[in-house]
Design a binder for this molecule. Structure first.
Ligand code: ZN
Length: 382
């Protein structure tokens, strides 16, 4: 689950420039940075600066003078992956609803708290929830398909250019929903199904801007990480080890007082990894869960607002600690992302930054914990 990024929604209004999207799946959006020239982009993206004319030709509507391109401008780079690593397709609204409700193991794990927060009422039932959830899927527009396809084309380019190999992955199925079934999240996954919010994707198809393209790329890498870890338990353990979590066989059970406030996250299927946290000077092995600090009360409340990460002792004690109670929380998870509700989500963000921005980081700003990014990229280079 990825919370909708306020950086993007706030930034959107600031962009007066809205270009219509004309890319095909054979091109990917490139955000121009300070100091770029068409020659340099051709060298970096196509392997030879001498091919700058191909980029110019593909962007004749966008570039008047080939010597004048500006930071933040979005160009389309013609590109076809030689050996695509990711295959994907788009589900219709009907198929999406059927696939969604087919994830029965996920719904079986729901707490009453899950139902109440998702339906915005107390005493909500699973039957009510499922009726509601299946009405939330939508069909993709051609412009949205084109945008996602072109972003994937750019992701393939990142992999090919850097010599990164992803672990094996079944076909990805994209499902469009209103996201109301998951409290307005930005995106989430089940299996190799990636659910994306219609508000995001509709904006994507009509208003193209640099912040948007980068945000979408982050989201797609983030969600792809969840699919990769699900299909590849070894890869998952390797990724979690980077942030000091060890994975075991079988899940730790949620103690009753934690389950009462538990919020299920489709991207976190297991509670089978733990790390050592310092709490009141004592080293305690804990797994993580996401809980609300109170039960649902009033309309409009989101579990994101009253939610906290719970550090649950693996010894079965019916108690949890908050991140604030642990003196080494940031040392365990690192400080590259604030979205730390589980090793899965923390690493999904780190993975998305590593792939979207490399070691340089967004706008060349680097990272508080570059060693996490470096370790991810080392694994992909193997
Ligand atoms: Zn996620």
């Amino acid at each position: 689950m990825k919370r909708l990024n306020s950086r993007w929604t706030k930034g959107l209004a600031a962009f007066a420039l809205c270009l219509s999207l004309s890319t095909s799946a054979l091109a990917f959006p490139y955000v121009v940075h300070g100091g770029d020239s068409l020659w340099r982009i051709a060298r970096d993206c196509l392997g030879s600066g001498a091919r700058w004319g191909e980029i110019y030709e593909a962007n004749r509507g966008e570039i008047r003078n080939p010597r004048l391109i500006y930071a933040g401008q979005i160009l389309e780079v013609p590109y076809v992956a030689k050996n695509a690593q990711i295959s994907f397709r788009f589900a219709s609204a009907e198929e999406g609803a059927a696939l969604m409700l087919g994830n029965t193991a996920y719904y079986d794990g729901f707490s009453q708290n899950d139902l109440d927060f998702r339906l915005g009422k107390t005493g909500a039932t699973m039957a009510e929830y499922q009726t509601f959830a299946k009405q939330q899927t939508r069909s993709w527009t051609d412009a949205e398909r084109t945008l996602i396809s072109s972003l994937f084309s750019g992701m393939e380019w990142t992999l090919e250019k850097n010599g990164y190999t992803l672990p094996p992955l079944d076909e990805i199925v994209f499902i469009k929903t209103t996201m109301q079934e998951e409290a307005g999240a930005g995106g989430y996954t089940h299996g190799t199904q990636i659910y994306l919010g219609s508000s995001i994707t509709e904006y994507a198809a009509t208003g193209k801007n640099a912040a948007y393209v980068e945000y979408m790329r982050e989201i797609l890498w983030h969600e792809l990480f969840h699919c990769l870890t699900r299909c590849n338990p070894e890869f998952r353990s390797e990724m979690y080890r980077i942030i000091h979590f060890t994975t075991q066989d079988g899940d730790f059970p949620l103690p009753p007082s934690v389950f009462a406030y538990h919020i299920s996250n489709p991207d976190v299927e297991h509670h089978d990894s733990c790390a050592t946290f310092l709490i009141d000077g004592k080293a305690i092995d804990c797994f993580t869960d996401f809980v609300t600090t109170k039960h649902f009360e009033t309309e409009g409340e989101s579990f994101f607002d009253s939610g906290t990460t719970a550090l649950v002792p693996v010894d079965g004690t019916d108690i949890y600690y908050t991140p604030e109670q642990s003196s080494n929380f940031d040392e365990v998870f690192g400080r590259n992302t604030g979205y730390v509700i589980d090793p899965e989500e923390c690493m999904a963000d780190n993975f998305s930054y590593a792939l979207a921005y490399g070691m340089a980081g967004e706008e060349g700003k680097g990272y508080p914990n570059p060693e996490i990014i470096g370790a991810i990229l080392d694994i992909l280079r193997k």
